[in-house]
Design a protein around this ligand. Structure first.
Ligand code: SME
Length: 164
């Protein structure tokens, strides 16, 4: 992908976070931008932290995943949430931690979304191409995660509040 493609997508996410939308709507629109602009992003989802688990929020791709709740510490998603660091797996079938969702997936990137030092969610992208994710994807998605962070917090706050 060209540098211009990443710049254009980042600008699109900036427009979304600075627009009228709030919370989930922002996350949904951002997922659409990521999925629709990058051919190597085959399946894009955002997981949100809920206690000791990750719960699947907005996603876009050819199929739903059975992994809608993942304990932190399990899978590549759980590893990234536990460490707070981006995980790039070039060959998912060679990684013992991998929780399989789609038979077509060959590589995966998981980018934690951090707000005020706490992991509040993550961006999870599966690719049907091996070793699809580069440092350009990492840098781009870490900036997207930063832009989305306050919208993940908003969702968590609403949930906590609704429990009374
Ligand atoms: N593969 C992930 C699980 C989520 S699916 O890719 C949507 C993992 O190993 O944590």
């Amino acid at each position: 992908m060209s540098a211009a493609a990443y710049r254009g997508a980042l600008a699109a996410v900036e427009r979304i976070v600075n627009g009228e939308s709030q919370g989930d709507e922002v996350l949904r629109k951002a997922v659409d931008v990521l999925h629709d602009r990058f051919e190597h992003y085959s399946w894009v989802g955002i997981y949100l932290v809920d206690g000791r688990d990750l719960v699947l929020g907005p996603w876009k791709g050819p199929q739903a995943t059975e992994h809608v709740r993942i304990p932190i510490g399990q899978g590549i998603c759980g590893a990234a949430a536990a460490s707070g660091r981006t995980e790039i797996v070039d060959d998912v079938n060679a990684d013992d931690r991998y929780l399989a969702c789609f038979t077509s997936t060959r590589s995966e990137i998981v980018v934690p979304i951090v707000f005020q030092g706490r992991v509040v969610g993550e961006i999870d992208i599966d690719s049907d191409s091996p070793a699809a994710f580069t440092d350009a994807d990492r840098a781009f998605l870490e900036r997207v995660a930063l832009l989305l962070s306050r919208h993940c917090v908003a969702r968590e706050t609403v949930r906590t509040g609704s429990r009374g």
